[in-house]
Design a binder for this molecule. Structure first.
Ligand code: PLP
Length: 374
């Protein structure tokens, strides 16, 4: 088929389709304690701060594990146990943040909001005024459960006005969307290498306000989920506490190089073009998106299941898998949908291939596209 540049399309909202150049870096064995590996780590940390304007005010701490490990470590390290965290929930990952915080024993206030309209100033103000014990505000930026892009600048402003510390799950958005750690005065920003940074999974990255990290010595009740200890160890020895994911770090270093070369804005423009091709193509055939375009983060497109008696997600998934394309079911917070990631090493040509695969797959399972208007 035309436009098939990759053998396999991983269109889940992370991990995702990665450039061969990035994967090739993982073919070498590297010593975790030798200078070349320390240099890779240091350059990644510098680059992450550079792209979020955090060089003066923040530090970047990498931690073994997936992004969620970074979130839990951030809470243990930065949030004193007598604190209270306001968590804004308007989707699956917002709820996940509450589960992490409650599971770690923190006092939590869940601000449960509908998927839409977007959280507004009054919602957050009301929640903060209702409970003076709240010390921190935590929310998800790109809510990949639905595709909603939450207004972090507004939340940062309200939090600051009330003297609360802001933590952001920017796991899905970092590297694609503009995030200014300094302007947001963020206490912590949680980042994944395997979303808009287009690398492989295996490490969490956390951008932490330097003054807060300095004050966090021995606060974490966890031995391994301790960003202060990891940071101090790295600063003094250049090495990681425990065995680092050396192959993952080498891949991420290459991915950062590629990110610098492309530029964040160009990367977001490429994702937006991917998203447009897919959304326009499927709308023309009668499918509908879960979200209006204005609130959608163009890194993932969520479609309502076709209303056709022959449609089932497992059958659709299997037909897509045969065509080397992996898609994702809807999350519980958005049942009756399927999701297609548009980030990764993808161009609009790739999306044309994917679009054709979707149309063929639906035909194969007997979903006639003429009458599927969802
Ligand atoms: C992917 C994702 C996570 C979880 O990341 P893991 O690497 O699986 O731990 C958290 N939040 C958001 C918004 C995500 O998209």
């Amino acid at each position: 088929m035309t436009g098939k540049r990759h053998d396999f399309y991983l269109l889940t909202p992370g991990p995702l389709t990665v450039a061969p150049e990035v994967k090739r870096e993982m073919l070498a064995d590297r010593s975790p304690n030798a200078a070349p590996h320390s240099a890779l780590t240091q350059e990644i940390r510098d680059y992450i701060l550079e792209i979020c304007n955090g060089r003066e005010s923040h530090v970047c701490v990498p931690l073994q594990g997936s992004a969620t490990y970074g979130i839990e470590a951030g809470l243990h390290t930065l949030v004193p146990m007598d604190s209270k965290i306001l968590i804004i929930e308007n989707g699956f990952y917002g709820k996940r943040l509450s589960e992490i915080a409650e599971g770690s024993g923190f006092a939590v206030v869940r601000l449960e909001l509908p998927m839409l309209p977007l959280p507004n100033e009054a919602d957050i103000e009301r929640a903060l005024e209702a409970d003076g014990a709240i010390t921190h505000v935590l929310l998800c930026h790109a809510e990949t459960g639905t595709g909603v892009l939450n207004p972090i600048a507004m939340v940062a402003e309200v939090a600051k006005r009330h003297g609360k510390k802001l933590m952001i799950d920017a796991v899905a958005s970092f590297g694609g969307f503009a995030i200014d750690a300094r302007a947001l005065d963020a206490e912590a920003i949680f980042i994944s290498p395997n979303k808009c940074l287009e690398s492989v999974p295996g490490v969490a990255l956390v951008v932490v306000k330097k003054s807060s990290l300095e004050a966090a010595e021995k606060r974490s009740r966890s031995m391994v989920l301790d960003l202060h200890a990891q940071w101090k160890f790295m600063e003094t020895s250049g090495a990681w506490r425990w065995t680092p994911p050396t192959h993952v770090i080498a891949a991420l270093h290459k991915a950062c190089e590629r990110h610098r070369k492309e530029g964040r804005e160009a990367r977001l423009a490429r994702y937006t073009a991917n998203w447009r091709r897919l959304v326009d193509g499927l709308r023309q055939r009668g499918l509908q998106t879960l979200l209006p375009d204005e609130v959608a983060a163009p890194i993932i497109a969520t479609f309502l299941d076709p209303k056709h008696p022959n449609y089932s997600f497992p059958a659709f998934y299997a037909a897509m898998e045969k065509r080397d394309v992996i898609i994702f079911p809807g999350r519980l917070t958005a049942a009756g949908t399927f999701r297609v990631g548009t980030m990764g090493d993808l161009t609009a040509d790739d999306m044309s291939f994917v679009l054709a695969a979707i149309i063929d797959s639906l035909a194969e399972i007997g979903v006639d596209m003429a009458g599927v208007a969802a």
